[in-house]
Ligand binder design. Structure first.
Ligand code: GLN
Length: 536
């Protein structure tokens, strides 16, 4: 069977949830027995989002093979339960980088290098790349940005060209738009959709299906009207109504027959989807018997996408514990000794988030001390683990000058230090310790009990590490290294056996959590929080 390509574009506004629609469609096709992957094409010039502040585009997601990617790849992995890779996230920066490098090598000798055909050829090559691996039946490509933006034009042009290059039954386009409800007029408005489809058609791309984000049901008349004005088949305008959970969206799309239309158009003869696994998850998510309050202490709390994978991992771990996890984001910049008890009051667990740089760092230390001294379950991720080490050094070892070399390179107690191989690194992009590494767990430790095995693998994104020089000092005050990289000995996990639940991990366990495979540390942390609450 030829590989099928589905392109998902967006119009009217950003943040409509194109990634969720793409992932939901992928889930439905996967549930019909097809091998599906999703890729994201982002219009910005950065080579990857690794150098972006989370305020720009939310969390930076990390794949097994160490790509720093758009957070939508996290949704793809959570919905599909399959790994993505470097090839699944392409930016304009990557495309230009390849073309310009080839130009310098002399690959276009004599030719003027232009957007069409050279840039669009490179975009098309990357759009088709995963289809050539033989691993997939369907490739869904989400084009970032909004149709009509200057930046996304070359991507749209590449799709236009592919419409002629691929057999008709192997390619289709889905356009996601917004149908706003004007409360004053008590009316849903279709004009923005008409204009955005017009912009797409002017660029030569014809959408086959229009998915409308809406807060009110679209009547049959309004759907017919849009189909007429937007030049698509009647019935090919469907709604994506605001859902109570993102994991409900595949069911909503199934009810709108999105997958039926796609299979018909792409000539795919496959059974009806079996979504029973996700259904069971969703039923449990809707009616939990318990609840806990967890503080998520970080410095990007104003932005709901900044800690996306952590938030999602809590949804999964909650279901695993029959428990609603209410995550309260707490701004570490405004946390100090005088207000910590008040700001963290009522919390059954405290998670200290990953991050970079100095801002909000001391607030994290204060939150960790509060958790440690009051026996509140604590979970530190990456920078959160590093600050736990700093906190213990200052309070239990009495080293008031203890710090991470990231913020204090001259301290006599650099308990967190730059990794050896980072010392020669001068450029920022893509140079951290990235992606999956093995970690060997200490038998009998909390970590070993949580994972139920000795060798694990988790994903990383950091430059600094626990300074092994001070390990025996830490052990003497009860902070143990319970997980290490088997090759380098790098300390990956610290824990405090005298505390009900105190664990810090150098890696990012949140990236691998899915509804069907909730992450073990998140599950154990929620269980510990629940235990504390119920014993209170
Ligand atoms: N800034 C720290 C480091 O580079 C922690 C990184 C993180 O939390 N992802 O090691």
């Amino acid at each position: 069977m030829a590989v099928k390509y589905i392109f998902v574009t967006g119009g009217v506004a950003s943040s409509l949830g194109k990634g969720i629609i793409a992932a939901s469609l992928a889930k439905l096709l996967q549930a019909r027995g097809l091998r599906v992957t999703i890729q994201k094409f982002d219009p910005y010039i950065n080579i990857d989002p690794g150098t972006l502040n989370p305020y720009e585009h939310g969390e930076c997601y990390v794949t097994e093979d160490g790509a720093e990617t758009d957070l939508d790849l996290g949704h793809y992995e959570r919905f599909l339960g399959v790994h993505t890779s470097k090839a699944n996230n392409v930016t304009t920066g990557k495309v230009y980088n390849t073309v310009i490098t080839k130009e310098r090598e002399g690959a276009y000798l004599g030719k003027t290098v232009q957007i069409v055909p050279h840039i669009t050829d490179e975009i098309k090559r990357r759009m088709l790349l995963l289809g050539k691996t033989g691993d997939y039946d369907v490739i869904i490509t989400e084009v970032g940005g909004t149709v009509g933006d200057m930046e996304s034009q070359p991507f749209v042009e590449a799709i236009r060209q592919l419409q002629w290059e691929l057999p008709e039954e192997d390619l289709m386009c889905i356009h996601l738009t917004l149908v706003p409800y004007l409360a004053a007029a008590k009316e849903l408005k279709t004009k923005p959709t008409q204009h955005s489809v017009q912009a797409l058609q002017q660029a030569g791309v014809h959408p086959d299906i229009i998915v409308c984000r809406t807060e009110k049901d679209l009547s049959p008349e309004i759907r017919r009207k849009m189909a007429l004005f937007c030049n698509v088949k009647p019935g090919h305008v469907i709604q994506s109504i605001d859902a109570w959970s993102i994991y409900q969206v595949p069911f909503n799309m199934e009810a709108e027959h999105l997958d039926d239309m796609v299979c018909e158009q792409l000539d795919l003869h496959v059974p009806e989807p079996d979504l029973s696994g996700l259904r069971t998850f969703l039923d449990k998510l809707r009616n939990p018997h318990h609840s806990v309050d967890i503080a998520l202490v970080g410095k990007y709390v104003e932005l709901q996408d900044a800690y996306k994978s952590i938030q999602e991992a809590f949804v999964h771990a909650g279901v695993a514990n029959d428990c609603r996890v209410k995550v309260h984001t707490v701004h570490s910049e405004y946390l100090d000794e005088s207000n910590v008890a008040e700001k963290l009051s009522g919390m059954d667990g405290i998670l200290v988030a990953p991050g970079f740089g100095e801002r909000g760092l001391e607030g994290k230390v204060v939150a960790i001390r509060h958790a440690r001294e009051n026996g509140i379950p604590f979970f530190g991720i990456c920078l959160g683990m590093q600050m736990a080490v700093v906190e213990v050094a200052r309070d239990l070892l009495g080293w008031n000058d203890a710090a991470s070399a990231e913020v204090n390179p001259v301290t006599p107690h650099p308990v967190i230090d730059l990794m050896e191989d980072q010392k020669s690194t001068t450029v920022k992009g893509g140079t951290m310790r990235l992606g999956a590494y093995d970690c060997k767990l200490e038998p009998g430790s909390l970590a070993a009990e949580i994972y139920g095995r000795e060798l694990i693998s988790e994903r990383h994104r950091h430059r600094y590490e626990f300074n092994g020089k001070f390990l025996s000092d830490f052990e003497s005050v009860g902070l143990k290294a319970s997980g290490r990289n088997p090759q380098t000995g790098l300390v990956e996990i610290v824990e405090m056996p005298s505390h009900p639940f105190f664990i810090g991990v150098q890696f990012h366990p949140e990236y691998k959590s899915t509804p069907e495979n909730p992450q073990p540390i998140f599950c154990a942390f929620v269980a510990a929080a629940l235990k504390r609450k119920e014993n209170a």
